[in-house]
Ligand binder design. Sequence first.
Ligand SMILES: Nc1nc(=O)c2c([nH]1)NC[C@@H]1CN(c3ccc(C(=O)N[C@@H](CCC(=O)O)C(=O)O)cc3)C=[N+]21
Length: 282
Amino acid sequence: MTAQKLDGTATAKAIKGEVAARVAALAAKGVVPGLGTVLVGDDPGSRWYVNGKHKDCAEVGIASLRVELPATATQEEIEAAVRELNADPACTGYIVQLPLPKGIDENRVLGLIDPAKDADGLHPTNLGWLVLGEDAPLPCTPFGIVELLRRHDVPIAGAEVVVVGRGVTVGRPMGLLLTRRSENATVTLCHTGTRDLAAHVRSADIVVAAAGVPGIIAADMVKPGAAVLDVGVSRVDGKIAGDVADDVWDVAGWVSPNPGGVGPMTRAMLLANVVALAESRA
Ligand SMILES: Nc1nc(=O)c2c([nH]1)NC[C@@H]1CN(c3ccc(C(=O)N[C@@H](CCC(=O)O)C(=O)O)cc3)C=[N+]21
């Protein structure tokens, strides 16, 4: 094991400390930020994530509001929950836990979130602000990946980055974020239609693996010394399997473990987004 660990657990803890200090400064002005969550159905994984978010809030002094709907909830019922949080002054920002049950129009629900309360940064308006280079809540996972790299002094400016996966929560916004002037990376966005994935990955100084295919990034695809971020979350025999094969640690310069890498950073940036929304309103 030669690669250095991109320690998401420790970095998230540091960020939570910074968020707690910002929450305390807001409290001095009489402002208590509140994070809302909308959980539909009883998927144990989703429930586990949402519980974690409320635990994180308690740790840093953010109030939390929990909305739960049964798996049988209709489009109208979910939309009503969103409207209620939009109107609730105690709710600074909120998330609708994805995925929503089959048959629900997810994009319609996301589109109804007040962009000024979009803790996930996934509202079309906020994705648009990202394209335009204006300040707005950032999608938590890409935001967390940038912070994880920065705080481990991995050079980003001028780096060749290969992102594997074009999903809306990770891959697509990751490319937008890293190509901003402030990050200045060169990004190649690979996906299932990419003809020669290995050739692309081999040229990368930074690899963001968000395909959701266990072990898709093999050691012989990685440039020696590269930074490899493992975003994939698959379950194999009840255990979390990332997109990055174990022997990549022998070749890479940095690797984010999974668990303990990008996941805790995603959670920390959600808190950072909520406190930033509260600050901009205070
Ligand atoms: N609206 C919405 N926003 C999200 O941010 C969102 C979502 N929906 N749906 C599901 C995905 C998944 N996600 C994770 C967050 C933290 C960990 C995490 O902290 N994992 C730990 C432990 C993993 C374990 O042991 O199960 C780790 O990586 O160390 C993982 C996955 C957020 N998501």
